[in-house]
Design a protein around this ligand. Structure first.
Ligand code: SF4
Ligand code: SF4
Ligand code: SF4
Length: 166
């Protein structure tokens, strides 16, 4: 039995995008252990995405890069895949939400609402604060994890994290 560690798979789990977080999986994707076993890395999903947000991450496995845009949940990636790697499109595509990090301009007293404009489900609100710049707050129930806010942020302060990472 080959016991050589598969470094590319480990890197994918660490992020594949230069971060310590797991790489962003595709909508409706089965859990990673099953995905890694069956994905042939053919690139059909990458080519199928009309938003061009699926990249070949480390090891050639597909991952979403929200810096390129948002997921519209069109399902084209899942439909293009010839392997049993995607759940029913009747189910939730994923359980994840946006988080606002330290680089957010409002934490330095700078007015900014770009993420609000990028959020189609209107899950981001700015509550007025007495004598201070309003900061973004997330309505988690409204956030569908589409990532539209990520590219909208001028300083890269937003990450989309899975529920279990939050
Ligand atoms: S559901 Fe559509 S927009 Fe979202 S990653 Fe798949 S192909 Fe791209
Ligand atoms: S991930 Fe999508 S729904 Fe959630 S806050 Fe960002 S833009 Fe809005
Ligand atoms: S777009 Fe970025 S910098 Fe601006 S308020 Fe939203 S998280 Fe902060």
């Amino acid at each position: 039995m080959d016991t050589t560690p598969d470094l590319s798979r480990r890197r994918w789990l660490r992020g594949g995008l230069g971060t310590d977080r797991p790489a962003q999986s595709l909508p409706w994707a089965v859990p990673w252990s099953q995905f890694a076993d069956r994905c042939t890395r053919c690139g059909d999903c990458v080519r199928a995405c009309p938003e061009h947000i699926i990249i070949n991450a480390d090891g050639g496995f597909p991952a979403i890069d929200f810096a390129r845009g948002e997921c519209t949940f069109c399902g084209d990636c899942a439909n293009a895949c010839s392997e049993p790697l995607f759940r029913s499109r009747d189910e939730l595509p994923w359980q994840q939400h946006a988080t606002f990090g330290e680089p957010c301009l409002t934490r330095r007293g700078v007015h900014c609402r770009s993420c609000e404009d990028g959020c189609e489900p209107a899950a981001i609100r700015f509550r007025p604060r007495l004598g201070a710049v309003a900061q973004p707050e997330l309505n988690r129930d409204a956030c569908n994890g589409c990532g539209g806010c990520v590219a909208a942020c001028p300083v890269g302060a937003i990450e989309v994290v899975k529920e279990e990472q939050a």
